[in-house]
Design a protein around this ligand. Structure first.
Ligand SMILES: *Cc1c(COP(=O)(O)O)cnc(C)c1O
Ligand SMILES: [Zn+2]
Length: 392
C-alpha cells in the first residue's frame, strides 16, 4: 500500500507547481503559502475510511492524506486522536444542548502545535534538512524542539521575552537554542528569517512551510469520524497564524471529494482572537480581504499575540466561505471562561482555548447560534503551561 498520495505543491496565489522531492518554503514569486495536493481520485478508489478507523490510534492513521513518503521518516511522539468531550454543564448554562470541546491538551508538549510540527519535522528530515529554525509565540517552539530532538535535528528558536516560562524551559531541555527577543512574534520572525537566509537554517514558520497545516488538518478528519462522517454546525477556533482553521477547511474539502462525508453540510467557522490583538475580527467586520498589522498587540493568551498572519487572506476567505464570523474577547472574559471550564467540567484549558468559550457566550447573546446546534470549541493547549503568565 502507498504511504502518501501527495502529488505536488501549488502556490495559493499564482498556482505555480512545486515538486514534493525538494525542500520548499513559500512561493518565491509572490511570497505566498504553498498548498499540498493529493491524488484524491486514487485515494477515493484505494483507501477505505472504515479501515483507517480500525488502525492503531494517532495522527498517522491518516498517512495517505499526509505528506511523508517513507514511513521510516515519521517522527512521532504519539500526537493526535485527542478526545471530543461533551460539556453539558456549561452547555446547560448557555442553553445549548450539543456543546463539545475538542481537547488538544493531551498532545505531546501539551498543545496542538505538536500535530503541525510533527508533520513539518518529519518532512524536513525526509528531505535531508539538518537544522530547523522557528519564530514562535511559545508552544510552536516547544513542539519544534521536541520533534527536532526526536529526529536528531539541530533547533534554533526565537521567542518574545515575555513568552510563558514553560515554553522557554521545554525548548531548552530538549536541546534547542532559545533566543529571547525584545518585542513580538513578528520581530522574532524578522530575526529568524535573516538567520535562516544567512546560515541555511530551514524556517518552519507558520504557513512559510507547507506541511504544518497538513498535520493540523487531521483535526478535521478526527471530527468527521467522531460525528459519524458528518460535521458539526459551528467550530470556534482560537486564531494566531490560523493553521488549524485553514487546515480543517482543507480537510473538509478533501473529505467531500473523497466521498467520505455522509452529509456535505460544512461548519460555520468562527475565528476567535483577543481584544488586545484582533486583526482577523477587524478585517472580517470591515469587509477587508487582508489584515492590517495590529499595533501594540497584548493579551495573556500568548498564542493569539500574532499581529498579522502570513495567510491572512486565506483565513478570511475560509471564514466567509463557511458563513462564519470572527469574535474578539477581552482578557477578563477569557480568564473567567477558563475558570468556568475548569470548575464546571474539569478542563484546565489554555487561555487561547478558553477564549473560544468567551466568544461563544457572545454569540449566544447575539442569537448567532441555535440551542440544538452541534458546536465544537477548540481547547488548543493545557492551562498548565501558563502558570506564570500575566497579561503583557
Ligand atoms: C499557536 C496557538 C494557537 C493559535 O494557533 P494557529 O494555528 O497559529 O492559529 C492557539 N492556541 C494555542 C495554545 C497555541 O499554542
Ligand atoms: Zn506564487
Amino acid at each position: 500500500m502507498k504511504t502518501s498520495y501527495l502529488t505536488d505543491l501549488t502556490c495559493s496565489d499564482c498556482g505555480r507547481s512545486f515538486s514534493i522531492h525538494e525542500i520548499h518554503t513559500f512561493c518565491p514569486d509572490c511570497q505566498s503559502t504553498l498548498i499540498s495536493n493529493y491524488n484524491l481520485n486514487a485515494v477515493r478508489q484505494q483507501v477505505d475510511r472504515d479501515e483507517i478507523h480500525a488502525r492503531p490510534k494517532g495522527m498517522w492513521r491518516w498517512h495517505e492524506m499526509l505528506p511523508v513518503q517513507d514511513p521510516e521518516n515519521i517522527v512521532s511522539l504519539g500526537e493526535g486522536d485527542t478526545p471530543l468531550l461533551r460539556i453539558p454543564r456549561v452547555g446547560n448554562e448557555l442553553g445549548l444542548s450539543n456543546l463539545f470541546v475538542k481537547d488538544e491538551s493531551s498532545n505531546p508538549t501539551g498543545s496542538f502545535k505538536a500535530r503541525g510540527l510533527c508533520a513539518a519535522v518529519s518532512r524536513a528530515k525526509e528531505l535531508g534538512v539538518k537544522k530547523v529554525i522557528i519564530p514562535t509565540a511559545g508552544n510552536a517552539g516547544g513542539a519544534m524542539a521536541a520533534y527536532a530532538a526526536r529526529a536528531g535535528l539541530q533547533a534554533l528558536i526565537y521567542m518574545p521575552k515575555d513568552t510563558p516560562n514553560a515554553n522557554i524551559q521545554e525548548s531548552r531541555i530538549a536541546g534547542a537554542e532559545v533566543i529571547l527577543v525584545e518585542g513580538l512574534i513578528s520581530d522574532a520572525a524578522g530575526m529568524a528569517g535573516v538567520k535562516a537566509r544567512e546560515e541555511g537554517w530551514f524556517d518552519v514558520s507558520t504557513f512559510k512551510e507547507p506541511y504544518r497545516a497538513e498535520g493540523k488538518k487531521i483535526m478535521g478528519y478526527e471530527l468527521a469520524e467522531a460525528f459519524n462522517w458528518t460535521l458539526p454546525d459551528v467550530i470556534l477556533y482560537p486564531t494566531g497564524g490560523g493553521t488549524g482553521l485553514v487546515g480543517m477547511w482543507k480537510a473538509f474539502a478533501e473529505m467531500e471529494s473523497l466521498g467520505w462525508l455522509a452529509d456535505v453540510k460544512r461548519p460555520r467557522m468562527v475565528s476567535v482572537q483577543a481584544e488586545g490583538c484582533a486583526p482577523i475580527p477587524k478585517a472580517f467586520h470591515s469587509g477587508a480581504s487582508f489584515c492590517d498589522f495590529w499595533l501594540g498587540a497584548q493579551t495573556v493568551a500568548s498564542g493569539l499575540r500574532v499581529p498579522k498572519s502570513f495567510a491572512d487572506r486565506i483565513i478570511l476567505a475560509n471564514i466567509r466561505e463557511s458563513n462564519g464570523t470572527a469574535v474578539a474577547v477581552s482578557d477578563e472574559a477569557l480568564i473567567n471562561a477558563q475558570k468556568k471550564l475548569a470548575a464546571s467540567e474539569g478542563i484546565f484549558a489554555a487561555p487561547e482555548g478558553a477564549a473560544c468559550l468567551a466568544a461563544l457566550e457572545e454569540l449566544v447573546k447575539q442569537n448567532w447560534v441555535k440551542p440544538d446546534e452541534r458546536i465544537v470549541i477548540f481547547n488548543t493547549g493545557s492551562g498548565l503551561k501558563y502558570l506564570d503568565a500575566v497579561a503583557q
